[in-house]
Write a protein that binds this ligand. Structure first.
Ligand code: BG6
Length: 527
């Protein structure tokens, strides 16, 4: 009897989680917003889902005067406010809180690291956490090099591989670095040099929280866990790709940071190029961290560099002025607190990138992001070519006039909210004539799985605890991504106000951006 051919399992991604080894987590910048809003709620969720080891301690490290108890109480309040699993179960919290400690010191003070070392040694003895450590840099970015250098000077970091380390310290140390990782290619490269003086690349976990989103990981399973989409995933069928990250809020009190960053640094260099690389990458030979990241870097390297002299043709930048977004009145960006009056920072950016490789040559990738747009939505749209012959008329339907072209197929990967995937197809409406109307085939995350996706930080913290860096940004990746956007930043910086377009808060961005895409015979897909 003939047997079905066996599918080779080259390296199957683990489908179940192990529990991490005992370890201590040190959070630098423990009194900051990230710690309250994201890190402790994520730790609580991991404890709730029984994914933390039995023996585990967290040390908050920050400048503010506070004792262990006060820190625990603050973090409990944060979890009460921000956890997705409310009400917080006291029993679970109490177990977690029993292992929470606080060290008060300035980041540049060597005595603080001495105190940290003592605290770690004491906890390691008490909890038997061996000396496994994760250092989380949740500080302002200017402090990253200081904290890393101090950790090195205080000898708080082990050798990169347990098997190479001294027999009295056969444990691992890892560092998680938050974004922004540098502010252009030169600063990112310099930061890498500083980090590498103390940590080996295998110990460095650069966060891009988009990679922790369930629906972002779904891009890979959708593409490579099915056989019917990949054949259609190339220049032969795809007309163009759009990556949209729209936010309906303004800068929400973060004007001080945002005015030194702007949309390209804040969203495009990291989150959006990551989405692009997952959409465009080749299937990895195995599912391990290096193989996956090799493929992502290859995509970034294949993107045609932006010529500073041609930035006006390849990108549009905008800034919002007063308006109403989702019923809320927003001031002009320039009037937001801690934003310079004469600011030229872009709150909106759109660009067209070409991926010059065999699969994608000639298929433009449009990236578009903005604050104060009409909706909060992140999605990737793959627009297919039109059928080669027009055999059917379209039936009357909203937004379409007689004589208009038939709408092409569109595959939409909705990253957030209403997570899901849908495919727009043309179908015959009821009635005596054969004609077409667009219809949607769809998968909705919530309907299928009956739950909301977990928070990105839960997955990323757990992966780091397990030593899996697949969803973290490698050194070459971060530098290549900065290399791509740096010409945009330079051109805009030297142009000042020239070419900066304005849009009312609550609109889909400046009309210049519509003209930009229309000049290529295409249109933005506004959800
Ligand atoms: C952050 C940016 O990295 O991502 C913010 O600094 C932005 O400006 C945020 O609002 C968006 O993240 P999310 O997960 O809400 O889409």
């Amino acid at each position: 009897m003939a047997t079905a051919p066996v599918v080779p399992e080259i390296s199957v991604a683990p489908s179940r989680y192990e529990i991490p080894q005992a370890f201590s987590l040190v959070i630098f910048g423990a009194s900051g917003d990230l710690t309250r809003r994201k890190l402790f709620p994520a730790l609580y969720a991991l404890a709730h889902d029984k994914l933390l080891p039995e023996r585990f301690a967290v040390i908050g490290f920050a400048r503010r005067e506070m004792g262990h108890e006060a820190f625990r109480a603050e973090m409990r309040a944060a979890v009460d406010e921000f956890s997705r699993l409310r009400p917080v179960q006291t029993e679970i919290w109490d177990r977690l809180a029993g292992g929470i400690y606080y060290v008060q010191a300035a980041f540049e003070d060597p005595a603080g690291y001495e105190a940290l070392g003592k605290q770690l040694a004491e906890l390691e003895a008490r909890y038997g956490t061996c000396g496994n450590r994760i250092y989380y840099l949740a500080t302002p970015p200017a402090s990253y090099p200081t904290v890393v250098a101090q950790l090195g000077a205080a000898k708080l970091v082990s050798e990169p591989w347990p098997e190479l380390s001294s027999p009295d310290w056969p444990c691992w140390s890892r560092v998680i670095v938050e974004k922004p990782f540098g502010r252009d290619l030169a600063t990112a490269a310099a930061l890498n040099v500083e980090i590498h003086k103390v940590f080996h690349e295998t110990q460095v976990y650069r966060i891009d929280h988009y990679l922790g989103k369930e629906t972002v990981q779904n891009i890979l399973t959708f593409r490579f866990g099915n056989s019917i989409f990949e054949p259609l995933w190339n220049r032969r069928y795809v007309d163009h790709v759009q990556v949209l990250v729209a936010e309906d809020l303004g800068v929400e009190g973060r004007g001080g940071y945002y005015d030194t960053a702007g949309a390209v640094r804040d969203m495009m260099q990291n989150h959006m190029l990551q989405l692009l690389s997952l959409i465009a990458m080749e299937p990895p030979a195995t599912f391990d961290a290096e193989a996956v990241r090799d493929e992502k870097v290859k995509v970034l390297r294949a993107i045609r560099p932006i010529d500073v002299a041609r930035v006006a043709e390849l990108a549009v930048r905008g800034q919002y002025v007063r308006g109403t977004a989702r019923g809320k009145r927003l001031p002009a960006y320039a009037d937001e607190p801690r934003v310079a009056e004469d600011t030229t920072t872009e709150t909106y950016a759109a660009t067209r990138l070409e991926v010059d490789n065999w699969r994608w040559a000639g298929v433009p990738f449009y990236l578009r992001t903005g604050k104060a747009l009409p909706k909060q939505v992140t999605e990737v749209t793959i627009q297919y070519r039109r059928p080669p012959l027009r055999l059917f008329e379209h039936a009357p339907h909203p937004g379409h006039k007689p004589g208009d072209e038939i709408e092409p197929n569109r595959l939409t990967l909705r990253i957030q909210p209403d997570e899901g995937i849908s495919l727009r197809v043309g179908l015959k409406p009821p009635g005596p004539r054969i004609s077409l109307v667009p219809a949607r085939l769809g998968f909705a995350y919530r309907d299928t799985f009956g739950v909301d996706p977990a928070e990105a930080y839960e997955r990323l913290l757990l992966d780091c605890m397990l030593g899996d860096s697949t969803l973290f940004i490698r050194r070459d990746e971060v530098e290549t991504a900065w290399g791509l956007v740096t010409p945009l930043l330079q051109a805009w910086e030297s142009a000042g106000r020239d070419g900066l377009a304005y849009y009312p808060a609550g609109s889909w961005g400046p009309t210049e951006a519509d003209r930009f895409i229309q000049s290529a015979g295409r249109a933005w897909v506004n959800p």
